[in-house]
Design a protein around this ligand. Structure first.
Ligand SMILES: CC(C)(COP(=O)(O)OP(=O)(O)OC[C@H]1O[C@@H](n2cnc3c(N)ncnc32)[C@H](O)[C@@H]1OP(=O)(O)O)[C@@H](O)C(=O)NCCC(=O)NCCS
Length: 169
């Protein structure tokens, strides 16, 4: 079941994020601030955070938001699946949910950024397999030798159908 994140979920979401080994401690700290702000006020600014729950335990989460001062550009800021649950389709399910959710709010395209380091090869493959294309690369952005890569998926609203309001273009 995918449901809106609640403030009480935050400790578990921080724990699973740290446990992936993909995020630096300062990034996990930043996530805590993001989630605290979200529950304090940002959910009222159009930001969206959802969790995937199975049999009463949290399996993963996503956080996406419209880009200010754009018409329909959205970013996926966080997508995390608990380490013992990875590689079983949960990430794909969450990403599909994000795309449908953003489209229903008028998204034209979704951006996601990740690192060019070898550790993130499986993450990059995940986006490519889900129809994202490399749109830009900022060399040495995160650190010397650690590029920032932007992936993009563009949507086209072809026709309305129940549960799905847009399609990849
Ligand atoms: C990236 C992530 C969200 C994908 O979720 P997932 O549930 O593992 O992905 P799915 O099972 O839907 O898809 C699996 C595909 O994603 C890729 N993949 C990424 N990470 C993987 C992992 N740890 N295990 C297996 N496949 C992984 C593979 O290309 C795989 O394709 P394949 O099944 O054809 O080999 C998840 O692995 C994760 O949380 N990783 C750590 C955090 C992270 O990198 N987040 C994104 C930061 S930018």
């Amino acid at each position: 079941m995918i449901r809106p994140a609640a403030a009480v979920d935050t400790p578990t979401l921080l724990q699973m994020t740290a446990a992936t080994g993909y995020f630096k401690p300062m990034e996990v700290d930043a996530l805590q601030e993001v989630l605290d702000d979200y529950h304090d006020r940002e959910q009222f600014d159009g930001n969206r955070c959802f969790v995937l729950e199975e049999a009463g335990s949290l399996v993963g989460f996503v956080y996406h938001a419209p880009e200010p001062m754009t018409e329909g550009s959205w970013s996926l800021w966080w997508i995390v699946v608990r380490p013992d649950a990875q590689g079983k389709g949960h990430g794909g399910m969450l990403l599909d949910f994000v795309e449908g959710d953003a489209c229903r709010q008028g998204a034209r395209m979704l951006f996601v950024e990740t690192s060019g380091l070898p550790l993130y090869e499986s993450t990059r493959q995940f986006y490519l397999r889900n129809g994202y294309h490399e749109e830009a690369r900022v060399r040495d952005y995160y650190a010397e030798g650690d590029d920032q890569i932007y992936y993009r998926k563009r949507f086209a609203t072809l026709e309305k159908s129940p549960g799905r309001d847009c399609y990849s273009a």
